[in-house]
Ligand binder design. Structure first.
Ligand code: AN7
Length: 351
């Protein structure tokens, strides 16, 4: 049985006392080949989807949270705090519940997908909605964690990045033929692209792999500080998870991009929604809009001639589509209502 990333990768995640390990058996998510998607985007490349929506709280955040909360417990901390566009708060709330400690989460009012808010609430976190954006919330929790005995579990906490390296380990362990040529990710606070690159490099140094992928990251156009080289005071995008104007790991993401020979570009909300519908309708895999930025980016870069043919590309689908039912319903065909009669139903079916 899979025992969670800390216990599955003990060479990388060391704990002197196993009782401090707080886990909901995160990780071990499927790496699914996507031939119909590749056929549509570029038949000459192979696309694999790392379906992080299948983590315990439905996003990749659980990989970092198991580490951050375990280290917090190890150090005797009784409370954690984070700012969040939703998924970090859901994960923090769940792991705090599991650890029997308090969680305080600060979120931007009105800009959180419904499922994520429900998660933070049901796990018993104290949820504070600020009348501002994620960047405002992050500044507040940074200050509080510096002055009070509350552990910050945003990705400024280095244990978060440590744990998130495990996504790269799993890909290397399961992809036949070694690491991919390209790894595509959505970029918000820029922790995940930083963590994946660190994970690939750690596996390389450990002698587990012989090559490294190029990291390609995609921000939403209305929240693309790294692409534009300026802070966005008022970031806006339908992909609320990555509605971030001043990413905490900005410089580290640029380093991952440059060291790997990759790129960070932006995609429009329309391109994100198109990719969101494409992956769900062609592959049966439901991710949230922000996750689809990784696929929208492939569409854009493929059209611009990035690929020669034969490349293997992994896209991380960072969060589950069920987190954000409102957007799914908004972009889909309406159900048909009809009388409870076979004939009427057949009529709707076109028979
Ligand atoms: C689904 O929850 O920042 O570039 O506060 O939820 O590592 O920030 C979420 C980010 C991509 C971007 N996809 O990752 C938060 C938060 C999904 C996300 C990202 C997020 P980073």
């Amino acid at each position: 049985m899979w025992k969670g990333i800390i216990r599955e990768y003990p060479d990388f995640f060391r704990f002197s006392d196993d009782k401090n390990v707080i886990t909901i058996h995160e990780g071990n998510t499927p790496l699914v080949q996507a031939p119909r998607l590749a056929q549509k985007i570029n038949p000459k490349i192979s696309i694999f989807l790392k379906y992080e929506g299948l983590n315990p709280t439905g996003s990749f955040k659980d990989r970092g949270m198991t580490m951050a909360v375990s280290r917090a417990v190890e150090s005797g901390s009784k409370a954690i705090i984070c700012a969040s566009t939703g998924n970090t708060s859901a994960s923090a709330a769940a792991y705090a519940a599991r650890a029997g400690i308090k969680a305080f989460v600060v979120i931007p009012e009105g800009k959180i997908a419904l499922g994520k808010l429900a998660q933070a609430m049901i796990h018993g976190a104290t949820v504070i909605k600020v009348l501002g954006n994620f960047d405002d919330a992050l500044n507040i929790v940074k200050q509080i964690s510096q002055e009070y005995p509350i552990t910050l579990v945003n990705s400024l906490n280095p244990h978060r990045i440590e744990g998130q390296k495990s996504g790269a380990f799993e890909i290397c362990d399961s992809l036949v033929g070694g690491p991919p040529d390209y790894h595509s990710l959505p970029v918000g606070n820029a922790g995940n692209i930083t963590a994946y690159w660190a994970g690939y490099k750690a596996y390389f140094d450990y002698g587990k792999i012989k090559s490294l992928p190029k990291m390609i990251g995609f921000q939403a156009e209305g929240a693309s500080p790294i692409v534009q080289g300026r802070i966005f005071e008022k970031p806006e995008t339908i992909a609320t998870a990555i509605r971030i104007g001043n990413p905490a790991s900005w410089k580290k993401a640029e380093q991952a991009r440059d060291d790997s020979g990759g790129l960070i570009d932006s995609v429009s909300d329309d391109e994100i929604l198109e990719a969101y519908k494409m992956v769900s309708s062609l592959e049966g895999i439901f991710c949230e809009p922000a996750s689809a930025a990784s696929i929208a980016g492939l569409v854009k870069k493929s059209a611009q001639g990035l690929f020669n043919g034969g490349e293997r590309v992994v896209c991380t689908l960072t969060g589950h589509g069920l987190k954000d039912p409102d957007n799914a319903i908004k972009v889909s065909r309406e159900p048909v209502t009809c009388e409870p009669e076979t004939k009427k139903v057949l009529n709707v079916l076109g028979f």
